[in-house]
Design a binder for this molecule. Structure first.
Ligand SMILES: NC(=O)c1ccc[n+]([C@@H]2O[C@H](COP(=O)([O-])OP(=O)(O)OC[C@H]3O[C@@H](n4cnc5c(N)ncnc54)[C@H](O)[C@@H]3O)[C@@H](O)[C@H]2O)c1
Length: 218
């Protein structure tokens, strides 16, 4: 088994995305090599942890030289599966769905936004971010026709589970859920949830412990 075939711990995966972001900006500046200390500091990670993460991938820097930026970025991209063709559909073209569709960074890094769907007659047929909003009522045919392999759900919580089941039945195995519900999915389907309210609550907890924040609300 290659090192890259091992299932990596979630925490390592999260840090790999940080390293990759830093490596991409170093490459854009024309930097060819980077030490583990510099890469760790720019990623906000302890350098011993970085070295351990990269050794899990089976990649090692050279003493006195460090890591080759392009090689390491390519290796991390491959490990994360970013060298594959990810065809993304956003379901829900409301405020959030349209903002995500217009976000340029989402389109890079191996992800191609190929469809934007909604059920609202007021939105179907309108054009946002170079995509016509298509009828979510037809997602069973639209998603396979566009070879979608990743779906972003940006619909109200009450609609999310039923929609998720339709997306899965249409053959999509990877779902990024923005709706404030926990989705039930069959084995083999990956769901990631983005929850800004949760992040704010955790931030408030830490801020509160640091003596910040106003007096308790009503
Ligand atoms: N995770 C986060 O950090 C975060 C941040 C903001 C919003 N949200 C959540 O994202 C979701 C969307 O928020 P919004 O502000 O864009 O809401 P919105 O009301 O502007 O948009 C929701 C869209 O979903 C469409 N829709 C509803 N049911 C559908 C269905 N069955 N099929 C297809 N389309 C359907 C609606 O027509 C509407 O256009 C909500 O669940 C909201 O709570 C999450």
């Amino acid at each position: 088994m290659r090192a890259a075939d091992k299932v990596l711990p979630e925490a390592t995966l999260g840090r790999l995305t940080l390293y990759l972001r830093v490596l991409d900006s170093l490459a854009a500046e024309g930097t060819e090599t980077v030490s583990s200390e510099v890469l760790a500091e720019a990623s906000g990670v302890n350098s011993a942890i970085l070295r351990k993460d990269l050794s899990l991938l089976g990649t090692f820097g050279r003493r006195g030289v460090g890591y080759e930026v392009g090689v390491l970025a390519g290796f991390i991209s491959g490990t994360l599966g970013l060298d594959r063709d990810w065809r993304v559909a956003i379901v829900g073209a409301g405020n959030l769905g349209r903002a995500l569709a217009g976000y340029g960074g989402f389109r890079g890094n191996g992800f191609r936004l190929v469809a934007l769907l909604d059920q609202s007659p007021e939105l179907i047929g309108r054009r946002f971010a170079d995509l016509d909003v298509r009828d979510a009522g037809e997602l069973e045919t639209l998603l396979p026709a566009d070879a979608v392999n990743m779906a972003v759900l940006a619909v109200p919580g009450a609609a999310a589970q039923a929609l998720c089941e339709r997306v899965v039945a249409a053959g999509v195995r990877n779902i990024l859920n923005f709706a404030p519900v926990v989705l039930q999915v069959p084995p083999g389907v990956q769901v990631r949830k983005v929850d800004m309210a949760r992040e704010l609550q955790i931030l408030a907890y830490h801020a509160g412990h640091a003596g910040q924040g106003g007096p308790p609300g009503p």
